[in-house]
Design a protein around this ligand. Structure first.
Ligand code: CUA
Length: 339
């Protein structure tokens, strides 16, 4: 019995390694794959990662080959006494000093070059500035040049440098959209800068990459890269939002929205709702997702979210207001009329 377990036990490390390798392969595909870069920042970072990866693979192959040769060539052949003893070899000493030095120098040059190329500041030329504030557990997105505010979905024009000004309203968060670039921390009381650029229109998914509380794993975001025309159209919609309810139900919803206290936390441009605690809801109909990008934006999901936020997203700071179904229906009708 003990013997059998010993035999099984031998395979456990191999199984773990296999599992890790498979998980690694999963990383290579999917919407958050950093090995499928969609812009110059992610592309440059991937180049740096692959060059150091291949240098390490080559070192491993050389060391492994020498090791295997030594094991075979100098194995115990049953001779007596010690083999010839040598001490010190200037050529070898030089070789294993110079080769690592050159390899590290190669990596250092690439790293320093990329660090300068990827740095950003408010003075970065011809860039669109976007201010992003991390909150438990959602993202506020502001376009200072256009006086537009939204949440969780960042619209950017393709082919243009976008400088992100990152800060936090509460705890540490980290901005990470793998297909567009590496992570940058959002730190309360400090502004960090990074730039991104998308080559092709599309939806690029990201998420918070710094543990920030119960809702951390559900703190997702979307970058919606659009053609410059689509982008300026979106900006115009946001600057001139339709915020007057059209149907009787939506009208009632607007009244209930204020009565229930929703407006204490949420801003809707074009109304006198100016709460700053929760996400800005202007043009909510235009969003793909709700609840920090957890659910597709449908009336049913919106109703479920308002009915019991914590059931949808554990740790959500939006309170359960215990609203009757009729009020929830009206509020959903009102929010769905915002465009
Ligand atoms: Cu925000 Cu994790």
């Amino acid at each position: 019995m003990a013997n059998r377990w010993r035999r099984v036990g031998k395979w456990i490390p191999l199984a773990i390694l296999g599992g890790i390798a498979l998980a690694g392969c999963g990383f290579l595909e999917g919407p958050q794959s950093m090995v499928q870069p969609a812009g110059p920042v992610a592309q440059n970072q991937l180049q740096l990662i692959s060059s150091s990866f291949w240098i390490m693979v080559e070192i491993f192959l050389v060391v492994a080959t020498v090791l295997v040769l030594a094991i075979i060539r100098f194995r115990d052949r049953g001779q007596r006494g010690l083999p010839p003893q040598t001490e010190g070899d200037n050529r070898l000493e030089l070789l294993w000093t110079i080769v690592p030095f050159l390899l590290l120098a190669l990596l250092a040059v690439g790293t320093v070059k990329q660090s300068f190329a990827l740095s950003a500041s408010p003075a970065t030329k011809n860039a669109l500035p976007i201010k992003i504030v991390g909150h438990q557990f959602w993202w506020a997105v502001q376009y200072p040049t256009y006086n537009v505010t939204t949440a969780n979905e960042i619209h950017i024009p393709v082919g243009q440098k976008v400088v992100l000004e990152l800060t936090s309203a509460d705890v540490l968060h980290a901005f990470w959209v793998p297909r567009l670039g590496g992570k940058t921390d959002l730190v309360p009381g400090k502004t960090n800068y990074m730039w991104i650029e998308a080559d092709q229109p599309g939806i690029y998914r990201g998420q918070c990459a710094e543990f920030c509380g119960t809702g951390h794993a559900d703190m997702r975001l979307i970058v919606d890269a659009q053609t410059p025309q689509q982008f300026s159209q979106w900006i115009q919609t946001m600057q001139h939002p339709q915020s007057t309810p059209t149907s009787a139900l939506a009208q009632q919803g607007m009244i209930d929205f204020a009565k229930a206290g929703c407006s204490g936390c949420h801003t809707i441009a074009g109304t006198n709702f100016e709460g700053q605690v929760g996400p800005n809801l202007t043009d909510l109909t235009g969003r793909l997702m709700i609840a920090g990008n957890l659910l597709p934006n449908t009336p049913a999901n919106l109703a479920a979210w308002i009915h019991d936020p914590q059931a949808v997203k554990p740790g959500a700071l939006m309170p359960n207001l215990h609203l009757p179904p009729s009020e929830i229906r009206a509020i959903v009708a009102y929010l769905e009329s915002l465009r």
